[in-house]
Design a protein around this ligand. Sequence first.
Ligand code: 13P
Ligand code: SF4
Length: 328
Amino acid sequence: MDQITPVRDRVDALYEPVSRLMSREDWARNYADDIAAILRLKQERNAVILAHNYQTPEIFHCISDIRGDSLALAREAQRTEERVIVMAGVHFMAETAKLMNPDKTVLIPDSRAGCSLAESITAENVRALKAAYPGVPVVTYVNSSVAVKAETDICCTSGNARKIVESLGVSRVIMIPDEFLARNIQKETGIEMITWPGHCEVHERFTPLEIRQYRRMHPGVVVLAHPECPPEVVAEADYSGSTAGMMEFVAVQQPRKVLLVTECSMSDNLAALNPAVEFVRPCNLCPHMKRITLASIRHALETMQEEVTIPEALFARARLSVERMLAV
Ligand code: 13P
Ligand code: SF4
C-alpha cells in the first residue's frame, strides 16, 4: 500500500490524527510539504524515525515510525531493520541508539539537542564517586553521556528505575545524575541512594503549591507527575511514572480531567489520542526537545547529517551498561 499510494494522498490522510490540534489550512501551509518530503526521503534512504513522547504532534503523530519513552526507544532501536535511524529526540537518545546499532547510520537532526541532566556530570565526577564509595554499584539514568555510561554498572530509565535498583539486591547504590529520580526511588524502595545534584530543567520548576492551586481550580482533576519532579511534587500527584506510564494511565483510566506535570507536548500528543479526556495545561517546554522540527528532520535526511559517532575507547563499556539494563 505504501509503495503504490501517492505520497500526497498519504500526507492528506495524516492530517486526521492532529485535526483536533490545528486547522487544515495551518496544516497545508506549515507542515504538508515537509511531511511529503520526509515520507519520500524515508523510503529513498531506507530510514526509520524514532520519536520521543515529548516531540511535537506533527512529528509524533505524522512522520514517526516508532514512538515512546526512553526505554521503548532504546529497546526498539535494537529491533529496527532499516539502514538509517533518525532520532527525533535528544542527543543521549541518539547515542543510545548508536550503541545498540554500531553498524547503522544514526542521525540527530540537531546535535545541540542536549539535556540538563546529561550535562550535569562528567566521567571524572563518576570516578570520584566510585573512589569515595568503593564497591557500591553505579546506576546511571540513560540521560547521560557515553563517557558517563562507560563508568557505569547498569543504566536505568524512569520506566524501569525501581526494577533495576531492586534487581541488584543491595541496600545502597550510587544513583546518578538525577537527584530527584534517585530520591523518589529511595522513597519507593527503601534502598539508600548516593545521589548527584543533577536536575531536569523542565521538571525541577514545578512546585507543590502550583499543584495544590490547580486542584482547587479544577476539582476532581487527576494529577500525573514524572519522577524527574522533586519528591515534594510527586507527593502531590495521584500517579507517578515515565512518559509511557502516563500515556497508559490516561488510555486505560480515561479520567474526565487530567493534569500532566511534565513537558508540554505530552498533553498535545495525548489529547489527540484521547478525545474524551480534558487536559489542564500547565507545562514546561524542553528547549532541547524543541530543537527537533520537521524542517531539521527533512534536512537530516537530505544531507545525512549529523551522524552520531561513539569514541572507540568508550564503546564496549558504555554498551554493556545499556545491555545489562535491557536484560533485566
Ligand atoms: P521518559 O520518556 O523515559 O519518561 O523520559 C523523560 C525525559 O525527560 C526524557 O528526556
Ligand atoms: Fe533532559 Fe528534561 Fe529535556 Fe528530558 S525534558 S531532555 S530530562 S532537560
